[in-house]
Ligand binder design. Structure first.
Ligand SMILES: [Zn+2]
Length: 276
């Protein structure tokens, strides 16, 4: 409807004092034509402000749900990365992965391996941060969080979780806690972790093989990697183990899934954050 089709109603808005405009509403045959009021400009302005306020709140919830809320890892971004000869290959591979992932053309995951302290986690977290930071948030979701309307209802609409990132040790501890506890609610939550790892569009598993080795953990990892391998869902792994060591640390068939799914990149040195 063009502006020329609106005309003044003779009424002022109670909120902002602007003239309320109205228009001849479309009436189907047999219905008497009627005049409708256009909602005041200030209604959209207020909604815009709520959306603007809500968007970073949603983003924060998304980072949290993805496993990226820890302050240290929030700083692991491509913008804050200094590349040198030791980490260049890893950073470039991470950037290529990100591009392909966002284009929907990704065909493999990544395996960053190298000694302790070489900064293997950096490119993995940088991918995670970049994906969550650029993930689109709908106006209606942002509006909901912006006005906190959910406090009075059944809870907020869940935010999208574009990926899941876990430290392998922490993940296994949590899953095990679920097996040991008698608290049913906790049990359910912890049991759901395996299925979350299986189903997430992108799984990032940091420090694989740092967990205490046992048949129990090996079974969990097999179940996660096999599920993802079958469905061709990408996984990013960081580990101190060499690709060959994976075969002695994990089940052969788990190591085999990782080998066939994740492109191995050796990280000999540091990928550091800018210090100033
Ligand atoms: Zn108004």
């Amino acid at each position: 409807m063009s502006d020329s089709e609106y005309f003044p109603s003779g009424e002022k808005c109670h909120e902002c004092g602007r003239e309320i405009m109205c228009y001849n509403a479309f009436a189907p045959i047999g219905v008497r034509p009627f005049i409708a009021k256009k909602s005041c400009l200030c209604v959209e302005e207020r909604r815009g402000k709520v959306i603007e306020k809500g968007r970073p709140i949603v983003r924060e919830h998304m980072l949290d749900a993805s496993g990226l809320s820890a302050k240290r890892y929030r700083g692991y971004t491509f913008a804050d990365c200094i590349t040198d000869k030791n980490n260049r290959a890893a950073v470039e591979a991470a950037q290529r992965f990100l591009e392909a992932y966002q284009d929907g053309t990704v065909s493999h995951g990544l395996l960053f391996h190298g000694p302790v302290g070489s900064g293997k986690s950096f490119p993995a977290y940088a991918i995670g941060n970049a994906i969550v930071e650029s993930y689109p948030i709908s106006d209606s979701l942002a509006e909901q969080y912006g006005k906190n309307s959910y406090y009075s209802t059944n809870g907020p609409t869940a935010v999208p979780v574009p990926l899941r990132i876990y430290n392998a040790v922490g993940l296994m501890d949590k899953i095990r806690e679920g097996f040991d506890t008698l608290d049913l609610e906790k049990k359910e939550y912890f049991a759901s972790l395996v299925s979350r790892c299986q189903r997430t569009p992108l799984l990032i598993l940091d420090d694989l093989c740092a967990e205490k080795e046992s048949q129990w953990t090996n079974e969990r990892f097999y179940s996660i990697f096999h599920y993802r391998w079958e469905r061709e869902l990408p996984t990013i792994v960081t580990t101190n183990a060499t690709p060959r060591d994976l075969f002695t640390r994990l089940y052969d068939r788990t190591a085999d899934r990782i080998k066939s799914d994740c492109k191995a990149i050796y990280v000999p040195g540091s990928s550091r954050r800018k210090t100033a």
